[in-house]
Design a protein around this ligand. Structure first.
Ligand code: SF4
Ligand code: SF4
Ligand code: FES
Length: 261
């Protein structure tokens, strides 16, 4: 019996035709470069990018880590649609026999298929997308019922892995670079529903400004493209309600005036 070293790569699947791939090269002022390579059974888009880099151009830049849909780092625009390339088979993304691969939109291009995600993560910070334990957090574990409405609302968005697909798909981010975007707002909504969190007033203030939840046009691209099947549009709708009815918000002041004896 022949032993195989765990470091040896398995042989590629045999070719079943030809793929024509256009790949973005360079930074924002770059251009497309054409590659031709074998079409293989069960090939993913990430397999294609990797084969180009290993066999045709080792200078091609792209990101990946897990290859199984856990890290979100392999996201790119494939034939016009943002998606995880490790979880996208060529067969489902092809347009004829062509693939067009671009970096995610709405973030600065570093090189080829890699983008600088700094603005994306800065917006998580700006939306207060982090847990606020307060000055004197309880020493014991909090008990949160799994079937409580708030826990369910938080559960609906908590599986986000920060891949940036929704951010790339959002037209409002494209028009308004300050808009916090679907991922940061989705995260803010999960925290608004975290009964242990002590930073709600500041968070609601942070997401209710000009670049916050009320700028969302609810056209659902984020929800349509999220590979985790999350619904940032619905999270943002929750934030719109929460910010409108928070103590001191214009709607709250109006309601208070209306019900005044
Ligand atoms: S629903 Fe809102 S956040 Fe989502 S893509 Fe549309 S405008 Fe952007
Ligand atoms: S909401 Fe979905 S698409 Fe957006 S960053 Fe999170 S996992 Fe990715
Ligand atoms: S490489 Fe991790 S999600 Fe694709």
């Amino acid at each position: 019996m022949t032993m195989t070293s765990p470091r040896e790569r398995p042989a590629p699947q045999p070719a079943e035709g030809t793929l024509h791939v256009r790949v973005w090269r360079g930074a924002a002022d770059g251009t497309f470069q054409d590659f031709t390579l074998p079409r293989r059974a069960s090939q993913t888009v990430l397999d294609v990018v990797t084969e180009i880099q290993r066999t045709q151009d080792p200078t091609l830049s792209y990101r990946f880590a897990c290859r199984v849909g856990m890290c979100g780092s392999c996201a790119m625009v494939v034939n016009g649609r943002p998606r995880w390339t490790c979880r996208t088979r060529v067969a489902e993304a092809l347009d004829g026999d062509a693939l067009v691969l671009e970096p995610l939109r709405n973030m600065p291009v570093v090189k080829d298929l890699t983008v600088d995600m700094t603005p994306f993560f800065e917006k998580w910070r700006d939306a207060h997308g982090y847990f606020e334990p307060g000055a004197a957090p309880p020493e014991d574990f909090a008990v949160v019922r799994p079937d409580s409405p708030k826990r369910r609302a938080a559960d609906a968005g908590v599986e986000c892995i920060n891949c940036g697909v929704c951010y790339s798909a959002c037209d409002v981010v494209a028009w308004n670079k300050d808009y916090l975007g679907p991922a940061a707002l989705n995260r803010a909504w999960t925290l608004v529903n975290d009964e242990r969190d002590q930073g709600q007033a500041a968070r609601l203030a942070a997401v209710s400004g000009d670049a916050g939840c009320h700028s969302c046009h609810s056209h659902m691209s984020c929800t349509e493209f999220c590979p985790k099947d999350l619904g940032p549009t619905f999270a943002i709708a929750g934030l719109k309600r929460a910010t409108a009815t928070a103590p001191g918000a214009p709607l709250s002041r109006l309601l208070a005036r209306l019900v005044k004896p």
